[in-house]
Design a binder for this molecule. Structure first.
Ligand SMILES: [Zn+2]
Length: 451
């Protein structure tokens, strides 16, 4: 959560001075890495630079007054920039002018102290002073890190807090047990085996997508910066860019609010939640069309699908992890159902019969027992029954669920081709085994997974 800071003139001078020192350290560290490499072919890493800090402070004594963990955090920024560059994710690290240097971070609980209950208050920085701050945090706890940011002539403090010890365990654990299917037509399809509920993704997801798309189009018509040709971005380009970042920030806030609302409501009456291990589906209808006609999709359509994916899917990822976090906080059980093993969307929750459904089939209609249900609700039912250990056909236990979801599966996924081969073999063995068990004909086998 970010607080606006209101320093007096003296303190503002100090803040500016500290910012300059951190900037100089950043540039010195970048320079050190380049010259060491160019002259001696030596790659400097973070720890080498960190170990140089005491000697550095003997020469540049003004750094003695700065919190050493904050200095380390600045070296970490350099390290991060280089790491990103090495991985091809970021640009070549450059020296930064003071205009482009935002501030510094206190990575631990030293060098600063906060007097606040989450709304307004004071921030004290060692060697700088006590500063009034204004702002309101949604969640509050023990401050863990503090980042000082200078932006557009204003100072801010971005403080992260530990909310862990703030969550109170309820006296009586809610007794509800539910299965949740995330994504596809409804954002959430929830069932407790008798009652079903579907929650749609809020409209702002879609609205934001359209807005971002529109503004991005405008942006493409403005003069973008070209660093290698020394072309600066036009004023209009910067203006539009600011608008894009404002929209994205707003969406991020709305998304967070929605996620917390939904997760809180779920946990208020349930302490047993089963859901899929990984959500790899395309969540929006537009993106879905894209995958169905993959061969004929143009590049732009793919980009569009990618955008949908980013805004909505990030929401689902957050939703899932927030529910998990909250369930575990109250002492409940969160079961990760291994999708490939259980195949929630292809299995009948009543009899366990498996039948492949393509994405456009929205209703589960069992050919064996005649059970008819909404596709996503049926999938949620399968997950709930499986997690409870009473899914017909595929019997299992909680122990099985946890071990398969958290360890062996991930290890296998990260494995080599050879391991992938064994995985496939195991899978087909599994399928045939369960076929025998149920003694009914199934159409499922390895290969395509409609998850
Ligand atoms: Zn059935």
């Amino acid at each position: 959560m970010t607080f606006r800071l209101y320093p007096n003139i003296q303190i503002e001078k100090q803040l500016g001075y500290h910012r300059k020192l951190h900037k100089d350290l950043f540039n010195a560290a970048v320079n050190n890495r380049f010259t060491q490499y160019q002259k001696f072919n030596h790659k400097v890493d973070y720890f080498e630079q960190q170990n140089c800090l005491p000697a550095f402070k003997e020469v540049w004594t003004e750094y003695k007054q700065i919190n050493s963990q904050a200095l380390q955090a600045t070296l970490k920024r350099v390290d991060f920039a280089f790491e990103r560059w090495f991985k091809g994710l970021g640009k070549h690290p450059r020296f930064k002018s003071i205009r482009h240097y935002s501030g510094w971070t206190y990575p631990a609980k030293s060098g600063y102290s906060v007097e606040s209950n989450g709304e307004n208050g004071y921030l004290s920085l060692s060697k700088i002073g006590r500063i009034q701050m204004r702002g309101k945090a949604k969640y509050w706890g023990k401050p863990t890190t503090c980042t000082i940011v200078y932006r557009n002539g204003k100072w801010y403090a971005s403080i992260t807090v530990d909310v862990l010890d703030q969550v109170l365990k309820p006296e009586v654990l809610p007794t509800g047990a539910i299965g949740i299917d995330l994504g596809c037509k409804s954002a959430l399809s929830i069932t407790d085996g008798e009652n079903h509920q579907q929650i749609d993704a809020p409209k702002f997801f879609r609205n934001a997508e359209q807005k971002v798309k529109k503004v991005s189009q405008e942006k493409r018509r403005k003069r973008a910066p070209k660093r290698n040709k020394k072309v600066k971005a036009s004023r209009r380009f910067k203006k539009v860019q600011l608008r894009v970042s404002k929209i994205l920030k707003k969406v991020a806030n709305q998304r967070q609010n929605w996620v917390h609302q939904v997760a809180t409501e779920i946990v208020s009456s349930n302490s047993f939640v089963a859901t899929e291990k990984l959500v790899v589906k395309n969540m929006t209808s537009k993106a879905k069309k894209g995958t169905l006609r993959q061969s004929s999709v143009t590049k732009r359509k793919k980009q569009k699908a990618g955008l949908n994916k980013s805004i909505l899917d990030v929401g689902f990822g957050m939703l899932r992890s927030t529910i998990k976090y909250k369930v575990e906080q109250i002492g409940g059980v969160f079961v990760e159902v291994p999708t490939k093993k259980v195949k929630p969307s292809q299995t009948c929750p009543k009899c366990g019969h498996q039948h492949k459904k393509t994405l456009d089939i929205r209703v589960h209609e069992c050919g064996v027992c005649g059970y008819v249900q909404d596709r996503d609700i049926a999938a949620a039912e399968v997950m709930l029954y499986w997690a409870k250990g009473n899914l017909p056909g595929l019997g299992t236990s909680l122990v099985d669920a946890e071990s398969s979801s958290s360890t062996s599966y991930t290890r296998k996924q990260a494995g080599s081709m050879k391991q992938l081969g064994t995985k496939k073999r195991q899978k087909s063995v599994e399928v045939s085994a369960s076929n025998e068990l149920r003694d009914v004909e199934t159409h499922s086998s390895g290969g395509a997974n409609y998850g």
